[in-house]
Ligand binder design. Structure first.
Ligand SMILES: [Zn+2]
Length: 454
């Protein structure tokens, strides 16, 4: 009915315009003028998008014990690759935001906010800080043991806070006119699988690449951000090695092949999407042989890099992409006794606004046709799929372990269900964590502008 009536109105209007021939010329001229203004604005916007990137090494010297989760960190005798803080800053008109990745198991807002306070020219809520989730880096939580003692090196963490802020400030200082390529596709080959149920994982790999639009490096990458869900735990924490794990070779392969800075943001890799290091394919309960070597980190990291570069290669160049960034506060009850104990005993002094609740930052970004939501922990792959299909794009990115990393995030029906889920249930804030997240994340999607069409 509505369509019919508006059609007839249009029809009438067209007739009227035909009758008013002297005015139609004016209308056309105005229309042409508007088009010209639109075209000029479009051109100006293209010049307006600027992107910068920078990196800082955060490898401790001397080396420090490494942590793969709750418990006493393991001593190390050697390193394989360096740990980094990597930053990418976007600017368009008054909008400016930063995406940072840190080679660590998790980077809490206690530390992130201290870096935010040292970053110039970007509002704290527009700074996203995510952890790669390597299991071979120093403890950044201050995990207490049974007696309440912790082993975190606070001096090292202070230095990392400085390095992260320095990386973002340098990326801001390096801002240059840029175009974008945004792509998403399935990463092929032996990269990830679900340790609990092999095919229950998300093979989509999202890439955001900024290209210099002028200067001597015109057309070349300023930065390439890879978003993929996987546990970088090929080496783990018990081999006496400090390492970015498979993410290190991924950075290196991208940077040596196409130049610019490589970044990695993890996805919904909880329970239990991990690196595919399987040497044989055994039945449930049988002994799985795995390759837990640095060579395997190189194989998987380089394969992920090659796949990411293949996926982004054919993407069209977006000359006039629009960007958008918004943030909300999220609050979660801490139902888990273990998590309460960690937060109470940690020397990092978590800010508690309400007893047995934690507050964190949830971000939504639109970058050209892509939409990004942050996840403050390790969401299970089904939680990831659900949120992604409720996003306003066919290129949904989830930045896992970003702005906080509060352990696993399971749907309430998964919580305390399979025996397999005992561990992830215990290392989760509670039954409602993922439910609250899904509800609030989708609400934010509904209340935010849609990303531009592809
Ligand atoms: Zn994990």
């Amino acid at each position: 009915m509505i369509r019919l009536s508006s059609f007839s109105k249009l029809h009438v209007l067209r007739k009227a315009t035909c009758l008013l021939t002297p005015f139609s010329g004016m209308i056309h001229a105005t229309f042409k003028g508007l088009m010209l203004i639109f075209f000029l604005t479009g051109t100006l916007e293209a010049q307006n998008l600027r992107v910068g990137a920078a990196v800082r090494v955060i490898t401790p010297n001397p080396l420090l014990p490494v942590s793969g989760g709750i418990g006493i960190p393991h001593p190390v005798t050697e390193k394989r690759g360096d740990l980094f803080a990597r930053a990418m800053v976007f600017e368009q008109g008054a909008e400016r935001f930063a995406i940072v990745n840190v080679d660590n198991l998790g980077w809490t807002s206690v530390l992130g906010n201290r870096s935010r306070a040292k970053i110039k020219g970007i509002r704290p809520e527009n700074i996203l800080i995510g952890a790669t989730h390597t299991h071979s880096a120093p403890d950044a939580y201050g995990f207490p043991d049974a007696s309440g003692k912790n082993y975190a090196d606070l001096g090292y963490l202070d230095w990392c806070v400085e390095q992260i802020a320095a990386a973002v400030n340098e990326a801001s200082a390096n801002l240059q006119p840029a175009t974008l390529k945004v792509a998403m596709g399935e990463a092929q080959g032996k990269i990830a699988y679900n340790y609990y149920a092999p095919s229950l994982y998300d093979p989509r790999c999202g890439i955001i690449q900024a290209l210099a639009s002028s200067g001597p490096r015109a057309g070349k990458p300023i930065a390439t951000l890879v978003n993929y869900a996987v546990h970088p735990e090929v080496l783990g924490n018990s081999r006496g090695i400090l390492s970015p794990d498979l993410i290190g070779p991924m950075y290196q392969k991208i940077e040596s092949t196409i130049g610019g800075v490589a970044l990695f943001m993890n996805g919904a890799q909880g329970g239990m999407v991990t690196a595919d290091t399987r040497l044989n394919y055994v039945k449930e309960g049988e002994q799985q042989k795995e390759a837990n070597t640095w060579e395997e980190c190189i194989r998987i990291g380089e394969l992920l890099a090659v796949e990411a570069m293949r996926i982004v290669d054919k993407a069209p160049i977006l000359k006039n992409p629009t960007i958008y960034c918004t943030a909300r506060k999220l609050e979660f009850p801490i139902d888990s006794e273990i998590m309460r104990y960690i937060l109470q005993k940690s020397p990092l002094k978590y800010e508690v606004t309400k007893e047995n609740f934690v507050t964190t930052q949830l971000n939504l970004l639109n970058i050209g046709p892509a939409q990004i939501l942050t996840v403050p922990g390790e969401a299970l792959p089904n939680v990831g799929y659900y949120v992604k299909r409720n996003m306003n794009t066919n290129m949904p990115f989830l930045f896992g372990l970003t702005n906080d990393a509060f352990g696993y995030m399971l749907a309430k029906v998964d919580f305390n269900s399979f025996k397999r889920y005992d561990y992830i249930t215990q290392t989760s804030l509670g039954e409602m964590t993922a439910e609250i997240y899904m509800e609030q994340a989708i609400k934010l999607v509904k209340e935010s502008p849609k990303p531009q069409d592809q």
